[in-house]
Every structure is written in structure tokens, then in C-alpha cells.
Write a protein that binds this ligand. Structure first.
Ligand code: HEM
Length: 447
């Protein structure tokens, strides 16, 4: 806790009772960006009576997420609602409960372990390419990209984490996940959380969706015998010992890793292809690099470091469309940030979306320019995987998966947008493409 009381942070004019709730519900990304532009790097927003502070300088973001992380925990509204879906897990736990889980799962995500999974990423991408080739030959050349990438990332996550073949579950899982996340966001962006027992269509879909997802998790856990993969399942399911998880804790972790591990990468890849479709020169850059390094063969783990432009394309896509576009923390005690008072128990928000487009930290921030990420320079205002103790566990996994997928798919297809106007991102738990965003495929010669 800091001593100075600090000033009340500035913010947009608020409506009585509602505060800024209506504006936030209409266009939360626009509201965040204008709060930063008009009121500076600490802006006060009101969700009804609840004050929240949006922090938009890299230095203050680091304070909240890293250097003063002990003063800002995750006992927040967003995590409480997420807990309804995943239970207590790596994504929602605090303190000793979180440390225990991170220790258990962490080693399976070490960069060395990820290399062993690259053949799986490559084969899954190749299978996707083969399916698209057949589709194009049959005269169907437009693909709905959100679901396509969700299916690909889900197959990869289930096989890599748990050696589970989920082919028969892909469509049902995506529908269930869509229903669950839609209802989560509805609750999140409402002023009051109406009692969850009252029936309505969204709640019924949420409950059915969650039951379907849990059923699949149970099947994965039940079929654990003889698993290999990254031995993640074995680690999580190890019984006994001081660190052993109970069976309901194990199920929470399996569900969490499936959800965190595919929803994020899928959306990031979908945005990346959308951007490449609108920037054919960057797509050609990926193809030229793939041709130079791979000469027509499929990539291996050893090739990935030699594909810096491909990686830069993905990093730049994550800059413009960071899948996790806002991080929420709670001030455990009254604090000051940047000289402003943060009342005890209130939310502090760090938005990668806002920071990644902050004009003081990026030249021409709205422009798609992968060259920003060539070279070793670190960008202080770049945090698509968060920072500090809760930095994304799956960062190396996601980067390797994305580079492998791009290096397989770009040499096989040219992508073109179907709609002339670039899509507006849909902000929910993750930043999604609008439903039905299609890209047109043109098949090229490839491996
Ligand atoms: C492009 C893909 C991904 C993005 C953009 C992303 C982003 C993030 C961000 C921003 C956080 C920090 C949240 C916070 O500080 O509150 C996070 C945490 C986390 N991510 Fe990812 N993620 C991605 C892929 C993955 C994958 C593939 C996994 C695989 C399991 C994963 C698992 C997790 C977990 C378990 C946490 C919680 C870590 C903790 O609290 O200790 N993520 N992710």
C-alpha cells in the first residue's frame, strides 16, 4: 500500500446511476481508446457505481502486472465469472493455490518441450491445407475463417496437451464454447448479474454448452492410459504426493488448458490471415522466406528460428488484434498509480489493445507493418502475452504453432478478402473476427 492519497483520476463525463456502462456496452474498444486519448494514461471509468481505472502507459502497466504485482491480485469480477466455467485453475487461482498449479504445469511448456510438438503442428496444418485443396477443386473457394482456425487450434491443443483425438468433437465443442463465452460476456458487460437460476435462452445455452464441454473433458481424463504428448496430462493427473491435484481440480485444469490453449491461438491466427489477405506483399514475404529456407519441404522445429519474417507477421497481427485485449487486476489496498488514487478493492485495467495502438509508442500505429518486429529491440508497449508472474504459460507453444501453421499454409494458398471493408473486432473474453468473416482461397503449388 502506498501512503500518498493521490488525486482522483480524470475520466469522461458519467451518466447518473449508469456511469459509463452504456458506452462501454456499445463500443468498449472505442471507449477505452478515447478515455486514453482524452484523459491520459490513468483514466477513471464507472461501470454503474463501480470505479475502474484504465492504465495506458507501459511503465504503469509494468507496475501493476509485474513490479507491484503483490498489491494487485486477480480477485476480480472477470475472474469470478470465469471461475463459474473453469472452477479454480491456473487461469483463476491466486496465491499458494496458483503457485502449486503453475509448478505442476510449467515444465511441460518449457521451450525445449515445445520443439517435440512441431511435427504435430505441421501435420495438422497440412491436413487443413489438403482439406481446403479438395474444397477448392470442388468449386468452393470461400472459407469462414473464425471456425476454420478454431477447429485447427482445437485439434492441435487436444492432441498436444492430452494426446486426444477429438475429431468427432470439433464442431460440437466450437458451438458449446461459443455459447459459453457469449453468455460469459453478457454477464461481464451487464451492471447486475441476475440470479443465474432464472431461465432464459442465453443461460440455457450456457448451461448446456458447459455440460457438453465438461462431458468431453471427462472423456479425455477417462482415456488417459498410455498418454504421451507433452505428458501434461500425466503431470496433472499424477496422484498422491504433496502436489497431487484432486480429481475435480484435474478436470478444471484440463478444461482451462483446452480453452486457454485454443481459443486464443485460433483468434490470433484468424486475424493474421485476414491481415495477410489485405496485405499481399506481406503474404509474399512469408512465401519467399519459406521458399528460401524450406525449398518446398515442410518445416521442422530446427527451421522455425530461420523464419523471422513469418514470426514478425504473427507478432504484428497480435499487436493490432491482441486476443486478450484487456487484463484486469484488483487493488488489494488503496494505492496510487501515476499520482492518482486507486480505491481499495477496485479494478485496474491494462489493455494491450490500447497500448499496442498508443501513438506515443508506435509510429503510425494503425498500419500493419511486420518489419517493426524484425531485429532484437523489445517494445515496452507490447504485451500480447501479458507480463509478470501471470505471463502466458503457453506463449512459446502459441508462437511455434503459429509460425509452423503460416509456413505450411502460405505456400499452398493465396488468400483474398471477400468483403471489401476490413472487419471490426468483436471484443468479448477474446478479440474475435465477426461471425461469417470469409476469405477466398486460391490454390498454389506446394509441398
Ligand atoms: C496467441 C495465443 C495466446 C495469447 C494471445 C495469450 C495471452 C495470454 C495473456 C495476455 C495472459 C495473461 C493474463 C493475465 O495476466 O491476466 C495469458 C495467460 C495464460 N495463458 Fe495464454 N495466450 C495464448 C495462448 C495460450 C496457450 C496456447 C496456452 C496453453 C495452455 C495458454 C495458457 C495460458 C494460461 C494457463 C495462462 C494463465 C497463466 C497464469 O496465470 O499463471 N495461452 N495468456
Amino acid at each position: 500500500m502506498t501512503d500518498a492519497p493521490g488525486l482522483t483520476a480524470p475520466g469522461p463525463r458519467a451518466w447518473p446511476v449508469l456511469g459509463h456502462a452504456w458506452r462501454l456496452k456499445q463500443d468498449i474498444l472505442g471507449a477505452f481508446q478515447s478515455a486514453r486519448r482524452d484523459h491520459g494514461d490513468v483514466a477513471r471509468l464507472l461501470l454503474g457505481p463501480l470505479p475502474m481505472h484504465l492504465v495506458s502507459s507501459p511503465a504503469l502497466a509494468r507496475e501493476v502486472l509485474q513490479t507491484r504485482a503483490a498489491a494487485f491480485d486477480r480477485r476480480t469480477r472477470s475472474v469470478a465469472l470465469l471461475m463459474d466455467i473453469t472452477g479454480e485453475s491456473l487461469l483463476t487461482a491466486n496465491g499458494a493455490a496458483w503457485i502449486r498449479r503453475r509448478r505442476l504445469a510449467g515444465p511441460a511448456f518449457h521451450p525445449d518441450r515445445i520443439d517435440a510438438l512441431v511435427p504435430l503442428f505441421v501435420q495438422a496444418a497440412k491436413a487443413q491445407a489438403d482439406a481446403w485443396s479438395a474444397q477448392v477443386k470442388a468449386g468452393e473457394d470461400a472459407v469462414d475463417f473464425g471456425p476454420a482456425m478454431a477447429g485447427l487450434a482445437f485439434r492441435i491443443a487436444a492432441e498436444a496437451f492430452f494426446s486426444s483425438d477429438v475429431e468427432g468433437d470439433v464442431d460440437a465443442m466450437e458451438r458449446a464454447m461459443g455459447d459459453v463465452l457469449a453468455h460469459y460476456w453478457k454477464r461481464m458487460s451487464s451492471l447486475s448479474d441476475w440470479p443465474q437460476r432464472l431461465p432464459n435462452a442465453s443461460r440455457t445455452r450456457y448451461r448446456d454448452g458447459l455440460a457438453r464441454i465438461r462431458g468431453m473433458v471427462d472423456r479425455i481424463v477417462a482415456a488417459r492410459a498410455g498418454k504421451r504428448g507433452m505428458d501434461l496430462l500425466e503431470r496433472l493427473l499424477a496422484e498422491g504426493g504433496p502436489d497431487g491435484l484432486t480429481s475435480s481440480e484435474q478436470r478444471n485444469e484440463v478444461l482451462t488448458l483446452l480453452m486457454a490453449g485454443h481459443e486464443t491461438t485460433a483468434n490470433a491466427l484468424a486475424w493474421c490471415f485476414e491481415l495477410l489477405a489485405r496485405h499481399p506483399e506481406a503474404a509474399d514475404g512469408v512465401r519467399v522466406e519459406a521458399q528460401r529456407v524450406l525449398g518446398g519441404r515442410l518445416p521442422t522445429a530446427a527451421d522455425l528460428p530461420s523464419l523471422p519474417f513469418t514470426r514478425a507477421v504473427f507478432q504484428e497481427a497480435l499487436r493490432l488484434y491482441p486476443t486478450i485485449w484487456v487484463l484486469e487486476r484488483r487493488a488489494i489496498e488503496a494505492e496510487t498509480l501515476g499520482g492518482f488514487h486507486i480505491p481499495k478493492g477496485t479494478s485496474v485495467l491494462v489493455s494491450p489493445f490500447v497500448l499496442h495502438r498508443h501513438p506515443e509508442h508506435w509510429d503510425d500505429p494503425e498500419r500493419f507493418d511486420p518489419a517493426r518486429f524484425l531485429g532484437d529491440e523489445e517494445h515496452a508497449a507490447y504485451l500480447p502475452f501479458g507480463m509478470g508472474p501471470h505471463t502466458c504459460l503457453g506463449m512459446h507453444f502459441a508462437l511455434a504453432e503459429a509460425v509452423a501453421v503460416l509456413a505450411v499454409l502460405l505456400p499452398r494458398f493465396r488468400f483474398a478478402p471477400v468483403e471489401p471493408v476490413p472487419p471490426r473486432p468483436i471484443a468479448g473474453l477474446t478479440l474475435r473476427l465477426p461471425a461469417g468473416t470469409r476469405l477466398r482461397l486460391e490454390a498454389l503449388e506446394g509441398p
